[in-house]
Write a protein that binds this ligand. Sequence first.
Ligand code: PMP
Ligand code: GLN
Length: 382
Amino acid sequence: MHIQFNSKLPSIEMTIFTIMSKLAKDNNAVNLSQGFPDFDTDPKLIELVSRAMKNGFNQYSPMQGIMELRERIAEKFDALYNSTYNPDTEITITAGATQAIFTIISTFVNADDEVIIFKPAYDCYEPAIELHKGKSICVQLEAPHFKVDWQKVKALISNKTKMIIINTPHNPCGTVWSKEDMLALESLVRNTNIIVLSDEVYEHIIFDGKQHQSVCLFPNLKERSFITASFGKTFHNTGWKMGYCTAPAELMHEFRKTHQFNVFCANHPIQIALAEYLRAPQHYLDLSSFYQNKRDFFLKAIESSRFKFIPSSGTYFQLLDYSKITEEGDVEFAIRLAKESKIASIPISVFNVDKLDTKTLRFCFAKKNETLEKAAAILNQI
Ligand code: PMP
Ligand code: GLN
């Protein structure tokens, strides 16, 4: 028999990341689609995890995460941004940034609440809003610079606006917001009850001497903001699904009511290991130059190709404009490249309003140089 039900997400399909990674595997293509490194995480960190397991940290951690790890995170905010978060009441360890984002939306978004998001947008925001019967209010940013028109944003704010979701450095664009952007946002939300969800998973991957503009640097933003972060992105282990979020105590108190019933707590031995590993800030402070070298290596290698690009300013993604090559739609072109040319990428239209197609593909350069060389050899032939 067929069980009858009404889908809560009728228009949602399989994520593009799953589709493209499978296509890469099935076609034996170089996979620069889904964002994950093809090199391993630091053996020292693996050793710390296995030591924690051998030492018996194999049961639930405290619901909020272990105190030692929350303390290391608080110290990091203090050192990098001169910003104080109370590890007891304002930091929670999560099962990756995705779970933090889902939980924040689930905790605060009610039926008919409006949530402003900037497109192209990372794909986990809208389904979570829809599941809670909220409404996504989308601001489409224009390629290739993806600058925000703050007057347009202002016009979209109403008494129904519950939340604004921002993401800098930005996936998939590789852009970063300036201090002026943050000040503009700050002035729009001042004296409102709007909550800001600031997705900062790429905070440590920012190039050319630019400074990451965390919401915690702006008092009128910090007082209403959640910051979400991902250890997977920072320490090359996306499969471990570890992250955290920070927020002022009142907001975090409410968050934890939901968090304790959708995961209760995150992986315990990995928390023990990360608490130790974070004692050496070099592990994340070196990340920008590590990835800037990869970006430069990749871009130099495709310099004579027919793709057009503006070098990424942050994240480990590079957008390439293929409008000189073909008129094909980006999804069609990405599929053909994976099947015929043996290189997988992510078409950007899937993250845009009405699947706006700007003939742009996203390539992940968190790869060994030999993988980037292979990819470049293919791209130069297209
Ligand atoms: N936000 C953005 C912008 C991302 O690119 C990702 C993917 N890492 C996430 C959130 C989710 O992070 P995690 O893998 O830790 O769940
Ligand atoms: N964040 C990764 C990316 O942008 C994908 C993670 C996922 O597959 N959900 O490629």
